[in-house]
Design a protein around this ligand. Structure first.
Ligand code: MGP
Length: 297
């Protein structure tokens, strides 16, 4: 697909936003207090770091000097690329966290913006970056979990696949930002994951829910936007829904369609006269031209 010229205003805004986010990264990249070993938080527990005056300040009390953070279940990293970002000098924070993963140069122009592990940091980031509707013709935001690179080659992605929806650009400018926000919220809130049956019946420390989603992506292209949800496993598409993995993958797709994007389950997706579908394909299949091994909902 060809690369559209970036309007100067968008290009400047893009660069400014990226530098601001990178500046924020130098603060936010510090190791998470919940991982420093001496004090573990339970899931959903709120860390209260009292200041010397002993007062707890939430973000609602003081938008800048709050001392309570609401931890996310996982740490997430936002990455970005655009034709413009490829021209910016590389910085240490843009280096892949797992340089040992061979990705044929794919990661070289993808820049790490910031990692975060709390609700407050997420909103701080969200409020300071340009939304997808303002991105240039060819650009992507990648929001990925726990040091996973947004590349097929990452070990956590290589056996996986993606759900995706593509919507026409001009007709979707008014909705794409919300679609992306709700997708990110569903990801960081872990709402795509499903409970693992019988996990409560065993004493062994088994996970209580699946951990299938590795990341979410929004892509701006000259004619359309695309939102994708990457998973670490991909079922054989010929299997019935009674297969456990197939069932979990289909559940993610339905949750995306109905709860995140707000469509009816059996609704045909037509945006401005353009018919689209929500489809799942494995990364291995998506490399093949004209791949037919897709799940469609
Ligand atoms: P794309 O951007 O995901 O698809 O991949 P799109 O939007 O249909 O195409 P575009 O040309 O408009 O961007 C485009 C190309 O990037 C692929 O055909 C691959 O060559 C390369 N590519 C994409 N991804 C996600 C990867 C990846 O994870 N690893 C590697 N090595 N290459 C990738």
């Amino acid at each position: 697909m060809s690369t559209a010229a970036i309007p100067p205003a968008a290009s400047q805004a893009n660069e400014k936003t990226l530098s601001e986010a990178l500046a924020a990264a130098s603060i936010d990249d510090s190791p998470s207090p919940k991982n420093n070993g001496d004090e573990q938080l339970e899931d959903g527990e709120i860390r209260e770091e009292e200041e010397s005056d002993g007062k707890v300040k939430t973000v609602f009390d003081d938008a800048h000097n709050f001392n309570v953070k609401h931890p996310l279940y996982s740490t997430w990293t936002l990455f970005f690329d655009s034709p413009q970002s490829k021209l910016l000098p590389k910085t240490p924070s843009s280096a892949p966290a797992t340089p040992q993963v061979a990705h044929g140069g794919w990661m070289e122009d993808i820049r790490k913006v910031v990692a975060f592990d709390s609700v407050e940091e997420f909103w701080g980031l969200y409020n300071n970056i340009i939304p997808p509707s303002q991105l240039p013709g060819k650009a992507n935001y990648y929001l990925f979990k726990d040091g996973i690179m947004p590349a097929w080659e990452d070990p956590k992605n290589k056996n996986g696949g993606k759900w995706s929806i593509q919507v026409p650009k001009e007709k979707s400018k008014g909705v794409i930002d919300k679609m992306w926000l709700y997708t990110m919220l569903a990801a960081i809130g872990e709402t795509f994951e499903t409970p693992i049956p019988n996990a409560d019946d065993t004493e062994a420390p088994v996970p209580k829910q699946s951990d299938l989603v590795t990341g979410v992506i929004v892509s701006s292209r000259p004619a359309f936007y695309r939102i994708s949800i990457w998973t670490r496993d991909a079922p054989d598409t010929t299997l019935p829904e009674t297969d456990a993995l197939m069932n979990r993958i289909v559940t993610i797709g339905r949750h995306f369609k109905v709860s995140v994007l707000g469509y009816e389950l059996d609704q045909k997706l037509v945006t401005g006269g353009f018919q689209t579908e929500i489809t799942f394909e494995s990364h291995k299949d998506s490399e093949k031209k004209g791949n037919k091994n897709k799940i469609v909902i």
